[in-house]
Write a protein that binds this ligand. Structure first.
Ligand code: BES
Ligand code: ZN
Ligand code: ZN
Length: 501
């Protein structure tokens, strides 16, 4: 989490007169990259930029950085040009990325404040929102547990420039919305970053409760007794291997004038605070990453946190089943048969396919609480990395109209998502031999699809979407615009989906 609060404001004064540690703007990759407002800078600097571009040093290639010290004609002490790629491919997703990359570039050079000039592109709410999201998510660091901080490397203030007085109100609205969404994303990332000794299901529940109270949301935490009373046998089967008790976290957002019978969106997220695999134990190599197995739950909690501030006109219920998956003395064993809350019986052939088990009860419970449209997010399968690498979120759906809405939201918010098929043939893979269904597929391949089909069995006729974020919730390497580690992926899409419902 950020230590100092970074200020983001809009400044309508002419950019040549602004005092700052750096003025940032961007170049397009085109035959003459010095055009529009960049040409204005070139003019006041006596042709400096044309010279730099002419020599081939600054080309506008995506994420190319050119730092110029003491530029003539500007009050800013530095000018940073960021490559934005081809002009016809430029959109708010590019803007978000280059904003973040510029912030991290300058921050690593101990710069305290800068002004970001939107060029002749649209100076509207959308651009200001994208810039703000880029800045705030880029500023997030995962050094919470480092006792030696990167001293002095803090961005204190960012100004967005290039907006006229007439455009200022829209820009400020964009900044406000962008802050809400990006801070929620960082809230999610902070939870995902927590190691399992600092974030057990009980602690996650406490944090969710504190968040809900602060955001003015209703919250209900089901403890292990209540979970047993409600016969959530699938969740309990995973939890029984651990000394840490499970929790079912329910956070509800209700808008002011909700009509009876109106749709209710259920956001369900897997929150396994550590996944050892259980008796079907995982190999030691890389197991430490399994602290991130609660990313789906953290995403849903972050999404409802943002929605509480944005106040859309639709009711949202967030249901987060949380447990550890451990191979304790009481752990379930392969072949065990469990009864889910819905009454369906499940043959547990692999205790490492635990996410779908806890989601089974959470989905059933969300429906019981009144959800008419469901979305779940889960770090569900390693197989999704085989299918889509760490680039796209895997999307599965039972209702194409509902799924198309989500895909449209993903496009609008610049999050890469790709739908995979759910033909009935795949369903055969999870038919049980000794119980109704089994928790892994008997066929060859299609591991992410059989996982999705398992969850779908519990969604029934309720329109349902499953997001497999196993490949995208964690960056194994830092990106120029984002620290290594938790990404907070899917949150922006989910917030947009609810807001546009
Ligand atoms: N949390 C894992 C998914 C996962 C695995 C994420 C590897 C990232 C890397 C999940 O609970 C799991 O273990 N899934 C199994 C399912 C299998 C047993 C059918 C998997 O993907 O190996
Ligand atoms: Zn697992
Ligand atoms: Zn898991």
């Amino acid at each position: 989490m950020e230590k100092t609060v970074m200020q983001i404001t809009l400044d309508t004064r002419p950019f040549t007169t602004l005092e700052a540690d750096a003025l940032v703007t961007f170049l397009f990759e085109e035959s003459d990259p010095i055009q529009g407002r960049v040409a204005e800078i070139d003019a006041v600097s006596g042709g400096l930029l044309k010279k730099i571009a002419g020599s081939g040093e600054a080309t506008g290639k995506t994420l190319e950085f050119t730092l110029i010290h003491s530029p003539a004609g500007l009050k800013a002490t530095r000018l940073l040009l960021v490559g934005a790629g081809k002009r016809d491919q430029f959109n708010s997703a590019t803007l978000r990325k280059i904003a973040g990359a510029a912030l991290r570039y300058l921050k690593s050079r101990s710069i305290k404040n800068f002004a970001f000039l939107v060029r002749e592109g649209p100076a509207n709410a959308e651009s200001a929102q994208a810039l703000t999201e880029g800045f705030v998510t880029a500023n997030f660091e995962t050094d919470k547990y480092k006792t030696e901080k990167k001293n002095g490397k803090e961005i204190e203030a960012v100004r967005i420039v290039g907006y006229s007085d007439a455009e200022k109100a829209a820009g400020e609205k964009g900044v406000a919305v962008g802050k809400i969404i990006a801070e929620a994303q960082n809230f999610t990332r902070d939870l995902v970053n927590e190691p399992s000794n600092k974030l057990t299901p009980r602690i996650l529940a406490e944090k969710a409760e504190a968040m809900a109270k602060e955001a003015g949301l209703a919250v209900d935490i089901l403890d292990e007794k209540k979970i047993a009373e409600l016969k959530m046998g699938a969740l309990l089967s995973v939890a029984q291997g651990s000394i840490e008790p499970p929790r079912m976290i329910v956070v509800t957002y209700t808008p002011a004038n909700v009509k009876p019978g109106a749709p209710v969106i259920g956001l369900v997220g897997k929150a396994v605070t550590f996944d050892t695999g259980g008796i079907s134990i995982k190999p030691a190599d890389g197991m430490e990453k399994m602290k991130y197995d609660m990313a789906g739950g953290a995403t849903m909690l972050g999404a409802i946190r943002a929605l509480a501030a944005l106040r859309p006109n639709v009711k949202v219920i967030c249901v987060v089943p949380s447990t550890e998956n451990m191979p304790g003395g009481k752990a379930q064993k392969p072949g065990d048969i469990q009864t889910a809350m819905s009454g369906k019986t499940i043959e547990v052939l692999n205790t490492d396919a635990e996410g779908r088990l806890i989601l089974a009860d959470a989905i059933h419970y969300a429906k019981q609480l009144g959800a008419t449209h469901l979305v779940d997010a889960a770090t569900l399968t390693g197989a999704i990395v085989v299918a889509l690498a760490n680039i796209n979120v895997g999307v599965f759906g039972s209702d194409q109209t509902w799924t198309d809405k989500l895909l449209a939201s993903a496009r609008a918010t610049g999050e890469k998502m790709w739908q995979l098929p759910m033909d009935d043939e795949y369903r055969e893979f999870i038919k049980g031999s000794f119980a109704d269904i089994q928790n892994i597929g008997s066929g060859k391949g299609g591991g992410s699809i059989t996982g999705a089909w398992f969850i779908r069995e519990f969604a029934g006729d309720t329109p349902w979407i499953h997001l497999d974020i196993a490949g995208t919730a964690w960056n194994d390497d830092a990106k120029p615009w984002l620290a290594k580690g938790p990404t907070g992926v899917a949150l922006r899409t989910l917030v947009h989906l609810v807001q546009t419902y």
